[in-house]
Ligand binder design. Sequence first.
Ligand code: ZN
Length: 302
Amino acid sequence: MPTIHSYASPGPGSVNNYWIETERGLLVIDAQRQISHAKTAFGQMAALGKPVLAIFLTHEHPDHIGGTDVFAAGSAVPIYASAQTRSNIQRDERGFIALAGRVLGSDFPEAVTLPTHTLEPGQVIEIDEVGLQIYEAGAGEAASMTVLHVEGSDVLFSADLIANGMTPFLMEGRLGAWIAQLEALRTAFPHVRTIYPGHGPVGPASALIDAQLEYLNFFYGLVVEAVAEDTPLTAGKKAAIVFAMEERYPGHPPVAEIPGLLELGIEPVVRELLARSAGDQGGTRAKPGSADTDRPELESDE
Ligand SMILES: [Zn+2]
């Protein structure tokens, strides 16, 4: 098993990136948000005296791609991502990359570097005798999400399927899909024991999956309950949801420095629920406490 190193940017909005140390070099997984943080991480890599052999980008969010150029360090290092992630970076449909540029100024690239190599689902990328198995979780937390498994090990890089002990990024909706992806992850990788998450500390796989599922289901349940009472949701009702979350998950720092991150996650889920209700043949509304059985369908990839 090769050695895995990690760097977590200082908060707020702490994000992880990892590098697997092979005999001859380093395989970098995700590329930080800020250029300055990427430089700190790169300094730690450089101390190992080995070159970066490849960079893997798990999804298109700016906190995972801002420092790509720093890690490539001017050489033709292959930058891997799924075709969906590449297209999502290029289109920046939700404008999150542009927003990061406006907020961070010179600490974010003027133009983010695009992946040069495409990852296919199920593929194993073998570099310097380390095999990385590619698992596409699909659209959920982001509009694409690639999970990487080190072949022959019990290690999984979950990307942003998991934010351990943090307030996750709920702004894209698709909560139903995300929950289903976490459940599928357990079945797909029964032998994985350690998860290296996109945000928050490394930890035991089943505990991290359980905790993230619990968090998302609890949030989902609160929104389902509120929507069942009346829509649109009042400011007071949204505040009550945030309060209930903060009471249950105290001290969970946000994965992105966006004021009111949790509250901003409510409306996307409301829209997801209403879209589902509208699509139901029977026209049944979501009922309180039905989060475990009454989830929105998996959204198809866009
Ligand atoms: Zn992230």
